[in-house]
Structure formats: structure tokens, C-alpha cells
Design a protein around this ligand. Structure first.
Ligand code: RFL
Ligand code: PHB
Length: 390
């Protein structure tokens, strides 16, 4: 088989790139290790920046997002038992975010890909990328016991943090920067109405909590937990009890609980690989970088990477110019590092770090107090939360 762009991974970055390329007449094949059902079963992000929404519109998959997504013009932060609103819309001259689950984004992209007739290979095993330092890369994989080779012009490594593409690069050619946080997030999804109209980020002495949502009938809650915790340690009753202990009195009164439909623990990590281009292999999304979820930036960074990579590929195929592809890594990394900084800052501000002791907690409280007394400081939070320009 031969194609122009071989895309490894059918997460949001791979599917979005594929859809944009298909609509521009650039042939592409998506290779995914898992089944579509497995990919759709992973509960992850919920908040989209306007830039990501615009990309999904450009890919022709914005209809359901606009019909069902919830436009949010603010978020709330709780500390010392009181809730404080950040008016994102007013602080950014009219920008908002849209609450629409990653599962739904992925489903919309999968449906559009199927309708377009573009080739996707799910359950592709032992994917290996060869010859990306030459003009003729080849991606090898096995499907149903048979070996296949896919020849291509370019390989887009959209295969997430644990994918094969970054691991295929010789160690001397890549540099990694990493911080692993000493805690995780325990997430719970339930078919209950959200506790509040907007997201609530909670700083509490027992640990961080987040009240989010997927719709007006489906809620998503998170608790900072220990890295030793197992999901089995957390019955629904224990989860709701712990959440109540971290919420303000009004939220406790408003909270509607119910059986969980999903519960999982995610470790928190900051990670960046440099560069993001190796000959004809390009890394995009979580394959090249990870942010802790506190700033809601992971999926949005995947979209901005795809913006730069797609533009570079279009320029190559339409005009025979390589300026955009040559600049891909440095352009993407400039935005990535700023989102890394914001996510690291939000994480440090709102979580309990036992090793920082009482002094560290006082610093967090002073920073929160300052934040809500300074329009300049709140504006900095707001403009990062809604997303920096591409
Ligand atoms: P994905 O989604 O991990 O997809 C990669 C795909 O590649 C496949 N794959 C392979 N395929 C073939 N061969 C191989 N060898 C392969 N190895 C892997 C995988 O099966 C998978 O299907 O990466 P992508 O597309 O770059 O998308 C990134 C986002 O998924 C991620 O950044 C976000 O989910 C992060 N994130 C959030 N981002 C936001 O923008 N807003 C949020 O509110 C937000 N909340 C979150 C989050 C991530 C979380 N977790 C669990 C990590 C909340 C959580 C709890
Ligand atoms: C989510 O709804 O899953 C979510 C929302 C905001 C975040 C992280 C996760 O910062």
C-alpha cells in the first residue's frame, strides 16, 4: 500500500489531521493499535479552546459540537472554603471555552472519516516506522497475523505518550524534559446534573478537587489522590464523601450524587520532547508532550500542533515549498512551552504538595489572595485558560 501521509494513532490529533488532509485532497492512512470502541471508551478531556473549535469547524465536524457543546464564559476557584469566579469572557475581550467531551470529538471525527471513505486500519499490531531519514519512509505493521508495509512521503506520529514513533528516534537526536508530580487524579463520571453551571477548581488542605461536566445531565469530578491508590480502593460512596469534604458549603448542598459510570486514576506529568521533527517523521499531540490536566491544555495543544503540521503539509503539496514543515517543530514548541508553563503553574497553585510543608501552603494562599485582588494577574490566568493565539 502507498499513501502520501501515514498517520500513526487515531486519537484526536491523528483523526483531526487526517480529516483536514482528506478535505484538502491529500491522501492519508490512519493506523491505530486499538479498536474504535476502545479509543472511544477512554474518558479524558472536556474543555476546548476557541482555536480548537475553529479547527474542528474547518475539518467539517463542528455541527454537533455547536449544537450540544456548552459555552462557558467563566470558571470558579475555591480556596479557604469560598468560591471566586474568574470572568474569562470579560477578562479576554469576549473569549470563551466550550465544554464538549474528547469522546464526542473523537466520535465526530471517526464518523466523518468513515463517511469520507479514507482508509483507517484499527487493531494494527507491531507498528514500526522505517526510513524516515530518507525520502521514502515505510510503516510496517501486522493485521490479523499478516505483515503489511505502507510506503509514504511523511509519517505523522500522533500515537500518544506511549506510542512507537518517539521511541523510534535515535536517543542522541532527541532531548526530553520532564516533571512527574507526586500524586494522581481520580476521575469519576456519573449521569447526574453538574453541581454548578461552570467548572469549579478547588484548592483544599485535603487535596485538589475539580467539578466538571460533559452535559447538563452528565458530570465529571476529579480528586487529587495518592499514586499508591487503586481505583478498587475507591467505592463511589468514598469518592462522594471525600469530594464533599473538599467543596464549599453551597456546593455540598447542591451536589447530586449517583452511581459512577466510569472511574479511573491518571498520573500527572509535564513532558516535552525536542525537536518534534526527524527527517520525514513529525510528532504531534501527546506523542511529543504531556501537560498535567489542571490547565485543560492537552487536547488543545494537539489541535495547535495539527494546525502547524497541516499548514506545512498543504504548502508542500500545493506549492512545493518546505518553509512550513521546516518551521513546524520550532513554531509548535513555542506554543507548547507556554501551555506547559501555565499547566505547571495551575498544578502548583492548587494541589497539596506535602514536601513543600506549611510554608508552601502559605505561598499558595498568598498567591490566590493576590490573584483575586489583581486584575492583571487574573487576566494572565484568563488569557492562558482560553488559549493563547496560534
Ligand atoms: P491520544 O489520545 O493518546 O491518542 C494516541 C492514539 O495512538 C494510539 N497508539 C498507537 N497506534 C498504533 N501503533 C502504536 N504503537 C500506538 N501507540 C499508541 C493509541 O491507542 C491512541 O488511540 O493522543 P492525541 O491524539 O495526541 O490526543 C491527546 C489528548 O488525548 C490528551 O492530550 C488529552 O486527553 C489531555 N487531557 C485534557 N486535554 C484538554 O485539552 N482539556 C482537558 O480538559 C483535558 N483533560 C486530559 C484531561 C487527559 C486526562 N488523562 C486521562 C490523561 C483529563 C484527563 C484525566
Ligand atoms: C474534564 O472535564 O475532564 C476536565 C476539565 C478541566 C480540566 C481537566 C479535565 O482542567
Amino acid at each position: 500500500m502507498r499513501t502520501q501521509v501515514a498517520i500513526i494513532g487515531a486519537g484526536p490529533s491523528g483523526l483531526l489531521l487526517g480529516q483536514l488532509l482528506t478535505r484538502s485532497g491529500i491522501d492519508n492512512v490512519v493506523l491505530e493499535r486499538q479498536t474504535p470502541e476502545y479509543v472511544l471508551g477512554r474518558i479524558r478531556a472536556g474543555v476546548l479552546e476557541q482555536g480548537a473549535v475553529a479547527m474542528l469547524d474547518e475539518a467539517g465536524v463542528g455541527a454537533r459540537l455547536h449544537a450540544e457543546g456548552l459555552v462557558h464564559g467563566g470558571i470558579e476557584l475555591t480556596w479557604a472554603g469560598e468560591r471566586h469566579r474568574v470572568d474569562l469572557n470579560a477578562l479576554t475581550g469576549g473569549k470563551n471555552v466550550v465544554v464538549y467531551g474528547q469522546t464526542e470529538v473523537t466520535r465526530d471525527l471517526m464518523d466523518a472519516r468513515q463517511a469520507s471513505g479514507a482508509t483507517s486500519v484499527y487493531e494494527a499490531a507491531d507498528v514500526a516506522v522505517d526510513g524516515f531519514d530518507s525520502n521514502r519512509p515505510t510503516v510496517r505493521y501486522r493485521k490479523g497475523g499478516t505483515a503489511h508495509a505502507l510506503e509514504c512521503d511523511f509519517v505523522a506520529g500522533c500515537d500518544g505518550f506511549h506510542g512507537v514513533c518517539r521511541q523510534s528516534v535515535p536517543t542522541g537526536a532527541i532531548r526530553s524534559y520532564e516533571r512527574v508530580y507526586p500524586f494522581g487524579w481520580l476521575g469519576l463520571l456519573s449521569d447526574t446534573p453538574p453541581v454548578s453551571k461552570e467548572l469549579i477548581y478547588v484548592s483544599h488542605e485535603r487535596g485538589f478537587a475539580l467539578c466538571s461536566m460533559r452535559s447538563l445531565k452528565r458530570s465529571r469530578y476529579y480528586l487529587q489522590c495518592s499514586l499508591e491508590d487503586k481505583v478498587e480502593d475507591w467505592s463511589d460512596a468514598r469518592f462522594w464523601d471525600e469530594l464533599r469534604r473538599r467543596l464549599d458549603p453551597r456546593a455540598v448542598a447542591d451536589l447530586v450524587t449517583g452511581p459512577s459510570i466510569e472511574k479511573s486514576i491518571a498520573p500527572l506529568r509535564s513532558f516535552v520532547a525536542e525537536p518534534l521533527r526527524f527527517g520525514r517523521l513529525f510528532l504531534a499531540g501527546d506523542a511529543g508532550h504531556i501537560v498535567p490536566p489542571t490547565g485543560a491544555k492537552g487536547l488543545n495543544l494537539a489541535a495547535s500542533d495539527v494546525r502547524y503540521l497541516f499548514d506545512g503539509l498543504v504548502e508542500h503539496y500545493r506549492r512545493g515549498r518546505s518553509v512550513g514543515l521546516d518551521a513546524y517543530s520550532s513554531r509548535a514548541l513555542r506554543r507548547i512551552w507556554k501551555a506547559e508553563r501555565f499547566s505547571w503553574w495551575m498544578t502548583n497553585l492548587l494541589h497539596r504538595f506535602p514536601e513543600n510543608g506549611p510554608f508552601g501552603e502559605k505561598m499558595q494562599l498568598a498567591e490566590l489572595d493576590y490573584l483575586f485582588s489583581s486584575k492583571a494577574a487574573l487576566t494572565a490566568l484568563a488569557e492562558n485558560y482560553v488559549g493563547l493565539p496560534y
